[in-house]
Design a binder for this molecule. Structure first.
Ligand SMILES: Cc1cc2nc3c(=O)[nH]c(=O)nc-3n(C[C@H](O)[C@H](O)[C@H](O)COP(=O)(O)OP(=O)(O)OC[C@H]3O[C@@H](n4cnc5c(N)ncnc54)[C@H](O)[C@@H]3O)c2cc1C
Length: 374
């Protein structure tokens, strides 16, 4: 679209998570008038770390916000997979580091710092808190959103970045519900001094036991590490309430530093959630509404690609609007570019465990969101 058309475009983004905030940044750089509507009264994230891949960091460079993100993260060279007791299985450079004019690392970041930095680069007044989307309608060349607080807005384009339980997806594109992956994820942030020597550099390590994976993600710029335990479990309630004994059973037989770290955790500060994803959604867009991030393609976290995909969606949507002749054409181009990539990531991320591990926990009744490793 011509830059004069882009400047006249009004865009509403539903949700101020990583996907919504990134979309707001990318789309406002086109010159469009962007507003973000977030249901929460405060922007918050759970205490845990994630890895921002080179492709995401390059996107931030293109948007002029690389330094804002780099300031609150640590550059990492590689990731390593080890057995439960610490025997090396695989060690590899983060893919994509050499693909850009400047070597671009993966950056390890605390989720709270990341959302604060992303929202912090948006112009004052762009994000409207306390706006829970209740109803969305596509009227062809315009879309209309009504919020639970009674406010109604219209825009040329509405982006549904409202997460795994997306209202936009449910009302316009698919009423399929999230799918339980048969896993629980325990996430905590631990000071390096209390990490029993687990943090030795700035690289991610995954320790793999039978039915349990432990992710050690250093956040050395904070003097901390993110300590994440993911295990196959049958309880599908979204926020299970496991005991310390449950956690200790998961890490039994692991490297003694892992057992000691788990033993020291204050369970009231550990974030525990059941892992869900969604089946691929056939269509991500209508004429003036599009899905983005987890709303479009929530996936299990084994590959660490959910937030990264949301960032790349934001870049892909902005590129499509620049290249296509109209919003309608741009949304088709956006889906054609991004969906094949995320369909594949969704598929791979369901292969986190071997058939034996799954059978141990789910004899004869494998969860739908689990395809054993081949
Ligand atoms: C245990 C675990 C570990 C993970 N580790 C990684 C990792 O290492 N790397 C990685 O890339 N990804 C990881 N992910 C995935 C990543 O967290 C998600 O993919 C990412 O948060 C998706 O961002 P999003 O903005 O699309 O959705 P969300 O972060 O869910 O944001 C959606 C926003 O929309 C708002 N919202 C929802 N409904 C409404 C409504 N009706 N009206 C208004 N606002 C609404 C919500 O309040 C929220 O702010 C992990 C996920 C889990 C569960």
């Amino acid at each position: 679209m011509h830059s004069s058309d882009l400047k006249n475009l009004t865009i509403a983004v539903i949700g101020a998570g990583y996907g919504g905030a990134a979309a707001a940044k990318a789309l406002s750089l086109l010159g469009a008038k962007v507003n973000v509507y977030e249901q929460a009264s405060q922007i918050r994230e759970v205490g845990a770390g994630i890895g921002l891949r080179p492709s995401s960091m390059d996107q931030f460079r293109q948007w002029g916000i690389f330094d804002a993100i780099a300031k609150v993260s640590s550059a990492s060279d590689y990731f390593e997979i080890l057995s439960a007791t610490g025997h090396p299985i695989m060690k590899d450079e983060w893919p994509g580091m050499e693909e850009y004019a400047v070597k671009t690392h993966t950056h390890l970041i605390h989720r709270g710092d990341f959302i604060e930095a992303l929202v912090g680069v948006l112009p004052e007044g762009m994000v409207h808190l306390g706006h829970k989307l209740a109803r969305i309608e596509d009227r062809g060349d315009r879309a209309v959103a009504t919020f639970a607080n009674g406010v109604t807005i219209e825009a040329d384009l509405i982006v549904g970045a409202d997460g795994i339980k997306s209202t936009v997806r449910e009302q316009l594109f698919s009423n399929q519900q999230p799918v339980f992956a048969g896993e629980h994820a325990y996430r905590a942030v631990v000071d390096v001094d209390d990490a029993h020597g687990l943090v030795v550099d700035d690289n991610l390590r995954m320790y793999v036991g039978r039915g349990t994976k432990v992710y050690v993600l250093p956040l050395r710029h904070r003097g901390q590490m993110s300590f994440d335990v993911t295990a196959l479990r049958t309880d599908s309630s979204w926020s299970p309430q496991p005991s310390k004994d449950d956690l200790m059973a998961m890490v039994e037989g692991f490297d003694e530093r892992i057992v000691a770290t788990a033993g020291d955790l204050d369970m009231s500060k550990v974030n525990v959630r059941a892992v869900y994803d969604i089946d691929p959604v056939d269509t991500w867009h209508s004429d003036s509404v599009a899905l983005l991030g987890d709303a479009a393609h929530s996936m299990c976290h084994h590959q660490g690609q959910g937030a990264n995909s949301a960032i790349l969606d934001a870049g892909g949507l902005a590129d499509a609007l620049r290249e296509a002749a109209s919003v309608k054409e741009a949304l088709a181009l956006y889906q054609a570019t991004r969906k094949p990539v995320t369909d594949e990531l969704q598929r791979i991320s369901r292969q986190g465990w071997s058939e034996d591990e799954i059978n141990d926990v789910f004899p004869g009744q494998k969860p739908a969101a689990q395809q054993p490793q081949s």
